[in-house]
Design a protein around this ligand. Structure first.
Ligand code: AMP
Ligand code: MG
Length: 410
């Protein structure tokens, strides 16, 4: 059987994603959310011409010839602190003392900082002795609208809101924003061998780890985990979980395990009508299941090996969850780095190798397997040290030390 290209499987997944539902939230609740509409400035930034320095608001013409040899003395006629609404008239030979952020009087067109006067702050309420001419008109004046004009776009739709974005919106007078609803995701681990972590292991059992892995990846992708459970390999566990997820209004269910070619593939057996099971040209992560319920809930069937599950999430689930939020740019930062060791890659399959970046020579970082030269999809502890995936194209069967490879930072 020929393997399905990754892009083809991803296109099927993305085609099933519905456009995000919106909600309006105050800025203080918008951290981590994705902007659903362009945000337009309600006020200009800065809202008015204001001083960039503590000093004196002057008429440029009065002080254009000032210098240490020929100081110009101005009479201080007003004092304008930040927050003041004053707009004092400033006649020829006059000035107003002004603080950073205060509105520049209409009659003034430059600021002389205290540092350029003889008296500085200490002697600033009666007269100002200017020792240096401003370089030009407008100097140290922050112009209204210099950052953004009222009505202009502050941020486009599809941007995830973090600290810097929220402060930009706040400064533009925006109090609430339209954001995508958090996607709701159910995470279901399958396997009769799985016991909760920490429980004593009997022969044949292992600690269940994929549900934490996937729930964590869901959260990192900006979605909410509404259900996390483990079901065994007999019975209707997967179908019951889908019914419960629907009650919880989940947008997606992510299964791990039970999708490949063994005898007890419970996801396959239970959900064969709703999902398609296929083999994708990747390593790890070859067996993949995907489908939708009649109501449009996405069903992902990821292979159970932990590295396979992590890579499958990266390749198929993450892009879907980001699209559900309307994110415009979902690619992660990528580098090309020399391989620090050699390894093999299966022909005809794109390899995703959990990797670490070896910075022992800071001038020449190299990339290595996170599992010390091994690449087994069961090496879950090695995954714990991974900071990147190396992506090796389908046609490449061997990477030699020194070869440049594509590295995606996690
Ligand atoms: P499967 O895809 O169900 O055939 O599982 C493949 C391998 O992954 C088996 O060795 C399983 O024991 C292991 N595995 C499956 N699910 C989990 C899980 N939730 N936590 C840890 N290992 C798992
Ligand atoms: Mg299994």
């Amino acid at each position: 059987m020929t393997l399905r290209p990754i892009e083809e499987q991803l296109a099927r997944v993305l085609a099933a994603v519905r456009p995000p539902a919106l909600e309006r939230v105050p800025l203080a609740e918008a951290s981590g959310r994705v902007l659903a509409e362009p945000a337009l400035a309600r006020n200009a930034v800065p809202p008015f011409d204001n001083s960039a320095m503590d000093g004196f608001a002057v008429r440029f013409a009065d002080v254009a010839d000032a210098g240490p040899e020929h100081p110009v003395t101005l009479r201080v006629v007003a004092d304008v602190p930040a927050g003041s609404a004053l707009d004092p008239a400033i006649g020829q030979g006059e000035t107003a003392r002004i603080m950073t952020g205060a509105p520049v009087p209409t009659d003034a067109d430059a600021i002389v900082p205290f540092e350029d006067t003889a008296g500085g702050l200490a002697d600033s309420l009666a007269s100002a002795v200017v020792l240096a001419a401003p370089r030009r008109r407008g100097v140290h004046v922050r112009a209204a609208g210099e950052d953004v004009a009222a009505g202009s776009e502050v941020l486009p739709a599809g941007i995830r809101l973090g600290a810097r974005q929220l402060s930009a919106l706040a400064s533009a007078g925006i109090a609430q924003v339209a954001v995508a609803r958090w996607p709701r995701v159910a995470v279901v681990a399958t396997g009769s061998e799985l016991v909760p972590p920490g429980q004593p292991l009997t022969r044949g059992t292992i600690p269940e780890s994929n549900s934490l892995l996937i729930a964590g990846l869901v959260a990192e992708t900006g979605a909410e985990v509404v259900l996390r459970r483990t079901v065994d390999d007999s019975g209707d566990g997967p179908a019951e979980a889908v019914a419960l997820a629907a009650e919880l209004e989940a947008d997606a269910v992510v299964f791990s395990g039970g999708v490949s070619a063994g005898a007890y593939e419970v996801v396959r057996q239970c959900l064969g009508d709703a999902m398609e099971f296929t083999k994708v040209a990747m390593q790890p992560g070859k067996p993949q299941g995907f489908g939708t319920t009649a109501a449009g809930m996405l069903l992902f069937g990821l292979p159970g090996n932990p590295v396979s599950a992590a890579v499958s999430f990266e390749v198929f689930v993450r892009p879907a969850l980001l699209r559900m939020q309307g994110v415009i740019e979902s690619a992660r930062p990528a580098w090309r780095l020399p391989a620090g060791e050699s390894w093999r890659s299966a022909p005809g399959r794109r390899q995703y190798l959990p990797a670490v970046i070896d910075r022992s020579d800071p001038a020449r970082p190299v990339v290595r397997s996170a599992s010390g030269g091994c690449s087994g999809s069961h090496l879950v502890v090695g995954l714990g040290g991974a900071e990147a995936y190396v992506i090796v194209p389908e046609a490449v069967t061997a990477v030699e030390a020194g070869d440049l490879v594509d590295v995606v930072l996690l």
